[in-house]
Ligand binder design. Sequence first.
Ligand SMILES: CC(=O)O[C@H](CC(=O)[O-])C[N+](C)(C)C
Length: 184
Amino acid sequence: MLSGVFTTAIMAPGERIKCLLQIQAASGEVKYAGPMDCVKQLYKENGIRGIYKGTALTLMRDLPASGMYFMTYEWLKNLLTPAGKSHNELSIPSILFAGGMAGVFNWAVAIPPDVLKSRFQTAAEGKYPNGVRDVLRELIREEGMASLYKGFTAVMLRAFPANAACFLGFECAMKFLNWLAPSL
Ligand SMILES: CC(=O)O[C@H](CC(=O)[O-])C[N+](C)(C)C
C-alpha cells in the first residue's frame, strides 16, 4: 500500500493531464496544444493546486489497489509453486497467470475511485465544492450505482495482459540481476 503513496506523487498530475487531454480529444474543441501546454495553463490558472487537483482521489484509488495488486501476486505465486520448490522456479505460464490476475484484482478495487477521480479532475473549476462527496452524489443520482464500474470491460481487457507482461519482465530482470551480482 505504501508504494501507492509514492506513485501518487507522480501519478496525480499525470492523471490530471491525461484526463483533460482525453476529454479534449473527444470534444473536438482544442484548448491545450499538448501535455506541456496543459501543465503551463493549469499552473497559470490555479497554481500548483491546479496541477495536483485530484490527488486525494488518486490516493484513494492507488493505496488499496496497490495492496491488492502485490498481495494477489504473492498469494498466487505461493499457491502455484509446487511443494518443495522455490518461488524462483515458477514456470512462465504461472508467472503470467499470477501477474495477470494481480492486474484484474487491482482494477476490481480501483475502478470506482478511478471513475470518481476522472470526473473530478475534468470538471469545471468550482463544480464540486465538497469534492468526492459531490461527485459521488451526482454520479449515483444521474447515472445509478452501476456507473461506478463504467469502463469495466475495457479496463479488464487491458489489465490481464498488461500486468502479466509486467510481472514476467520483473521476474526476468530479477533473475538477470541475481545472475549478474549473486552476492548482493
Ligand atoms: C492504477 C494502476 O496504475 O495500477 C497498476 C496496474 C495497471 O494496470 O496499470 C498497479 N499499481 C497501482 C501498483 C501501479
